[in-house]
Design a binder for this molecule. Structure first.
Ligand SMILES: O=C(O)[C@H](O)[C@@H](O)[C@H](O)[C@H](O)COP(=O)(O)O
Length: 205
């Protein structure tokens, strides 16, 4: 049970007593959003980041979630990725593969990881193209006010200095919103995290 809960028009803040409660609360939250998105649009488009997030999502691999979540309808994306090979220990894809994707029946072709065999700039452009195609076919929803993607959920961890998904406080990248995906600091990141185009952001800190 949440130690405290604050709801206002800027969102909701939940403070959980311990990591176990956070894991359960997070699994419930994701499962509910997944069910709602699948009911409404037939698919669930979720973006992951790195750090401790995948470990915190661990309960999804256990009962009841591993059986009740409609994994076949999940489409997986990354909000940021390091420019390393997919099997590298720094790869956010690798982290998610070991901790989640290999443990639940997600359709392999629904896993949209960032290309590790080209430069960060090329990978960012390619990723933006892939997302555009998925917006066209409505596997990823679209913003009500532009042709920008609107993911069902973006999950982000927050580093000790307040950074999320390679976006560091006061960094100039925060003012660049012309492209959805960018190469920065040897990482590919989504600028669209900055804007408010996502149905749900969940920030874990
Ligand atoms: O690739 C990365 O470095 C992550 O995507 C990064 O943005 C992470 O989410 C934060 O650093 C929080 O990390 P923790 O959850 O481990 O605090």
């Amino acid at each position: 049970m949440a130690l405290s809960e604050v709801n206002n028009d800027r969102g909701e803040l939940r403070i959980l007593e311990n990591l176990d409660e956070l894991r359960t609360d997070l699994a419930d939250y994701i499962a509910e959003l997944s069910e709602a998105a699948v009911k409404e649009r037939g698919v669930f488009a979720i973006a992951l980041s790195g750090g401790s997030l995948i470990d915190l999502m661990g309960k999804l691999c256990e009962a009841p979630y591993n059986k009740t979540v409609d994994w076949a309808k999940w489409y997986i994306f990354w909000a940021d990725e390091r420019v390393v090979a997919k099997n590298h220990s720094d790869s956010n894809y690798n982290l998610a593969k070991d901790g989640l994707l290999s443990k639940v029946p997600i359709v392999p072709s629904h896993i949209h990881s960032i290309n590790d065999s080209v430069s960060a700039e090329e990978a960012a452009d390619e990723y933006m193209f892939v997302i555009r195609q998925l917006v066209k076919t409505r596997m990823v929803s679209v913003s009500d006010i532009s042709d920008c993607p609107k993911f069902d959920l973006i999950l982000l961890g927050m580093g000790p200095d307040g950074h999320i998904a390679s976006l560091f406080p006061n960094h100039s990248a925060l003012n660049e919103t012309d492209e959805w995906v960018r190469a920065k600091q040897r990482r590919c990141i989504w600028q669209l995290i900055i804007s408010d185009l996502t149905a749900h952001h969940c920030l874990l800190g």
